[in-house]
Design a protein. Sequence first.
Length: 187
Amino acid sequence: MKTRRSKDDWLDHGLAVLAQSGISAIKAEPLAKSLNVSRGSFYWHFRDIEDFHIALLRRWREVRTDGIIAEVEQANPGGERLKHWMRKAMCGNNALERAVRSWATENQRAAATVASVDKIRLKYLAAVLSSEGLSSQQINARAAFLYWGYVGRIMIGHGASKLRPLQLDGIAESLLPRTGAFQDTGP
């Protein structure tokens, strides 16, 4: 007997397929087959594939941005937020992130969503750094530097070196004012 699937089931499965196979694999019939349901189940939840794409991008943001920020804030209300964020960003499997960014190179809606998410993440990193007592000039430069490193690691893919949590902690500490290891030398 076939199991009923919720909208969340479809979206979670869609994200998994996107991460593994890219946007070209996101089609109603193959997704339904892999979920062991009829294609009608897809159309019960989504008007069409474009509606599914919109919901998929929203879900990606919820899981990979809003959810991670909430987790970092809840787990580390004090000065450990930067370390926790770096561990989440740099140590995890980023196949989904890479797939969404690849999709964004050929789809305007995906590109707009990625740009929006990038702004949210940069703003969050700036807020974390601001809470550590950095000047506004230092905050923006360091937040951008961290985020460029994150995106670069994603796009390098499987060949990227694996950073261990203790290495990341050292990098995070070098970016904070109390160590003084990373001094701004110009405007």
